[in-house]
Design a binder for this molecule. Structure first.
Ligand code: HT7
Ligand code: ZN
Length: 875
């Protein structure tokens, strides 16, 4: 497959001023007619006196029926069908192009373009799916005004597209015809169409300037009672964007549709967001707290795209982080404002440290703004999204809240209606604040996770504390040498009494150090004693900090740091040190013993009434096996598993009494509310329950059984069932699993959860159960949610069983990836990730993983998506 390079970007030769689309929907035989008003792009590069270049249109899996220009059929001699499009000879700088083509939504299992999901027509056009609908310049810098007519049989009473509905009537042959007009020019990737027999929940929102906006959520009738939380979240997001960014909604209607078959979480199509059902539907009986929170954040994310993505869009797909990094930052701040800020930050940083750092250290490592790709769908990554958001957060930290707002105001005003670059975003931030971010731009172009080695000294004679910071960044594919980054390093200094010291005469207790050189020192004066540094507060940059903290110092930070994030982080460092020691002891054949200080520290956290229970739950959670693996130079999976399981068991045993007290205190019959304070209590209660069940003591397992039987909400029910599945004997776990399925078999989202509980079970035999689950009537290989729950759960969230010593876990994944590639290449290419990291594993396990990956390559012809990932990972 061809590689596309950022350096080869050229402005489009032609622009499309208006796009009229006409659909006649039939499952296997949908007719698409398009009428495009086209003109030569004055900004396109052309040699003087050059004849008009050919018009290149993208098109994949289309049957061309006819092509005409200005009302005349174009003869075959004037156009060429290419493997992925059309090249048309052009005679005039302005013309009207009409194309008729046929597509087959029913057989479209890729879930890109127009497809059927449970009998409902829907589209997914980002990044390059519009070319599966009709021939078009399918690139984000071609922005056009769309008018869309949909004609469908009567069993599809709901026919939706972008913008405002301007026509609805019956056709002469008794079908329904609806026309939508979108007044905002947009790239084709924001086009959407939905047709189905859907119910709607309606509400309205009055914007700050007093305009009334109709809000509608569409779903199948059976889910209509599951839309309230999404609607509430939408209204909160609309208000928040007005208050924090001064951004109002711009159309008279905003629609959300839930579909069961969807490759990602949701899609921000203009005025018509399409959501994976799992990311929009919730009720207390069927959804966990985590789902409620995910819905709030994704509804916010897609809504925020209306400005950061739609009104101002990307010039090309290398600029993806322009909209995604910025929008993830916006949704994270929204969630932080709606819930606990510290806990949200801990969750986000945990994801970054586990999965994004692994991406940065793996074969697919790429900068936030990649330089090249074979298949753009492979670059919807944690680096582009999550690290991209951290880059925007660093700009926020450097400029402050007001400066950042000035920058975003200028960015939206300067580029409204345009397709722009990451460079334009940074330039707006600079121009609005009169700062120079030249060096900072390296965050967009250099891949890899920087490492900061920090050391310190105290000059008692002068009362000066000196911090020395050295930065480096490991080589990544195609980038051996890195230049120093501009890193905002937020620090505080703790005195012996545990309080923050003043860092200047104004009494400031936290400073953001501007680290920009390979090695740099920072002096703090006027100190009476050597302080203890609290480094990288709030995780002010996506880096790894190395500082030789002693156990006592970490215990001190855990107790005293005024920065809640760093309190948690001190606990993680402490646990990491203890787990490293256990791994070493295991490898060297010594008896295992958990550091008593760690047990004491966890006890004090558990008994500290001043801490937010959600923070306590986070602080009691050991770093995941994946996080431990990421931090190792070479991964010894067995040692990680043994050490972590031993530590969990030892903690459970030592803290049984305190855990039980805490569990009993929180186990009360409150009516369910998905509000931060209640979520926090449930989180701590269920963390305690999980530890208690680790002991596998019958009386403690009966607590889980009782909670499972009496739970009035899904959070408690699922947590109890997870504990039973992981720790109870079959005669207790199996009936629980069966009764759960019996009760919820009609509910797709709960069945997905049920699949996930089983595929992530740490018990021996899980691989065999996973194979059985794939034969279950509710499993479909064509549904990404089911694939993610069963196969993805096993490969990504079941470190213990996936890494079984015989390598069968890897072979299983390879087999499934090959099968899936024929149906849905995007999902196959994502699913293969766990076995692409084979080089980091020690011994035979690494070899087995390598062989599994090779077997994918040798299985026959791969899609472009899968080929890119596998070939880059075998190098
Ligand atoms: N902007 C949306 C991206 C998306 C997508 C990309 C590739 C394949 C399928 C997809 N579905 C949605 C999601 C978002 O970031 O909001
Ligand atoms: Zn997004």
């Amino acid at each position: 497959p061809r590689t596309v390079y950022l350096k080869d970007y050229r402005a489009p030769d032609y622009l499309v001023d208006s796009t009229r689309l006409h659909f006649e929907l039939q499952p296997q035989d949908t007719l698409v007619k398009s009428r495009l008003q086209i003109r030569r792009n004055p900004a396109a590069e052309s040699a003087p006196g050059e004849t008009l270049p050919p018009l290149l249109l993208d098109g994949v899996d289309l049957e061309l029926l006819s092509l005409s220009i200005d009302g005349e059929l174009v003869p075959a001699s004037r156009y060429r069908e290419l493997p992925e499009g059309l090249s048309i000879h052009v005679q005039n700088p302005e013309f009207v192009l009409e194309i008729h083509n046929r597509i087959n939504p029913r057989d479209n299992t890729s879930l890109e373009g127009l497809y059927l999901s449970n009998g409902m027509y829907c589209t997914q056009c980002e990044a390059e799916g519009f070319r599966k609908i009709t021939y078009y310049p399918d690139r984000p810098d071609v922005m056009s005004r769309f008018t869309t007519t949909i004609v469908a049989p009567r069993q599809y009473p709901v026919l939706l597209s972008n913008g405002n509905q301007i026509e609805r009537r019956a056709t002469e042959d008794g079908r329904l015809l609806v026309t939508w007009e979108d007044p905002f020019a947009k790239p084709a990737y924001l086009f959407a169409l939905v047709a189905g027999e859907l119910q709607t929940v309606e509400d309205s929102f009055t914007t700050a300037s007093g305009r009334e906006v109709k809000l509608q959520i569409f779903t199948e009738a059976k889910n209509i009672r599951k839309c309230d939380h999404a609607m509430r979240s939408l209204k909160k997001a609309m208000r928040w964007d007005e208050e924090v960014y001064g951004r109002e909604y711009d159309l008279d209607i905003f629609m959300v549709v839930a579909v069961d078959h969807f490759n990602m979480g949701a899609m921000e199509n203009k005025g018509l967001n399409i959501f994976n059902s799992a990311c929009v539907l919730a009720s207390p009986e069927t959804a966990t707290d985590a789902t409620f929170q995910r819905i709030e954040s994704i509804v916010g994310h897609e809504y925020f795209h209306n400005w950061s993505g739609n009104r101002v869009t990307c010039r090309d797909w290398f600029q993806l982080s322009l909209k995604e990094g910025f929008t993830v930052f916006r949704d994270a701040e929204f969630s932080a404002d709606m819930n606990s800020r510290a806990v949200k930050r801990i969750e986000d940083v945990s994801l970054l440290r586990t999965a994004q750092f692994a991406e940065d250290g793996g074969p697919m490592a790429h900068p936030v703004r990649p330089d090249s790709y074979m298949e753009i769908s492979n670059f919807y990554t944690l680096t582009v999204y999550e690290k991209g958001a951290e880059v925007v957060r660093m700009i926020h930290t450097l400029l402050g809240t007001e400066g950042f707002r000035k920058g975003s105001d200028l960015y939206f005003q300067r580029h409204d209606g345009c397709a722009v670059t990451c460079e334009d975003f940074v330039a707006a931030m600079e121009d609005a604040n009169g700062v120079d971010l030249t060096q900072f731009r390296r965050w967009y172009s250099q891949a890899g996770t920087p490492v900061l080695e920090v050391s310190d000294a105290f000059d008692a004679a002068h009362g000066t504390y000196i911090l020395t910071v050295r930065q480096s960044c490991p080589a990544t594919p195609g980038q051996n040498k890195k230049l120093p980054f501009h890193i905002p390093l937020a620090v505080g200094l703790l005195g012996a009494d545990g309080r923050d010291l003043s860092l200047d005469p104004q009494g400031t207790t936290q400073k953001v150090l501007q680290v920009s050189e390979t090695e740099q020192t920072f002096n703090f004066t006027g100190l009476k004693e050597k302080p203890l540094p609290s480094l990288l507060r709030g995780f002010s940059a996506p880096v790894k900090v190395r500082y030789g903290y002693s156990t006592e110092q970490l215990l001190f930070l855990m107790r005293n740091d005024s920065d809640e994030f760093n309190r948690w982080d001190a606990g993680q460092r402490l646990a990491f040190m203890a787990l490293e020691q256990l791994q070493k002891d295991y490898r060297e054949g010594r008896d295992l013993q958990l550091q008593p200080q760690l047990v004491d520290a966890y006890r004090s956290v558990l008994q500290n009434p001043e801490l937010d229970p959600a923070l306590v739950a986070e602080m009691l959670t050991l770093p995941s096996a994946q996080t431990l693996a990421e931090q190792c130079e070479r991964i010894d999976a067995e040692a990680i598993i043994v050490a972590r399981e031993f530590a969990r068991g030892a903690l459970a045993e030592a803290l049984k009494g305190e855990l039980l007290d805490c569990y009993r205190r929180l186990d009360c019959d409150k009516p369910y509310r998905p509000e931060a304070a209640d979520i926090a209590e449930r989180s701590l209660k269920n963390t305690c329950l999980a530890y208690l069940c680790v002991t596998e003591e019958p009386e403690l397992l009966t607590l889980a059984q009782a909670q499972f039987e009496n739970a009035a909400n899904m959070t408690d029910s699922a947590a109890a069932l997870a504990s039973l599945v992981n720790h109870a004997a079959d005669d207790m776990a199996q009936p629980a699993l069966e009764s759960f399925y019996e009760r919820w078999q009609q509910d797709t989202q709960v069945v997905e959860l049920w699949f996930g509980l089983q595929s992530t079970s740490a018990r021996r035999g899980t691989l065999e159960s996973v194979r059985e689950l794939m034969q279950h009537p509710a499993f479909e290989l064509t549904n990404p949610n089911k694939v993610r729950a069963v196969i993805g759960g096993f490969a990504n969230r079941n470190f213990i069983q996936f890494h079984r010593a015989d390598g069968r876990g890897f072979e299983f994944l390879a087999e499934q990836v090959v099968a899936l590639d024929k149906l849905n290449p995007q999902i196959a290419a994502r699913l293969v990730t766990p076995i692409t990291r084979w080089k980091k594993y020690t011994g035979e396990l690494g070899e087995k993983m390598h062989r599994a990956l090779q077997s994918v390559m040798e299985s026959g012809r791969l899609s472009r998506d899968l080929y890119e990932v596998v070939s880059k990972s075998l190098v």
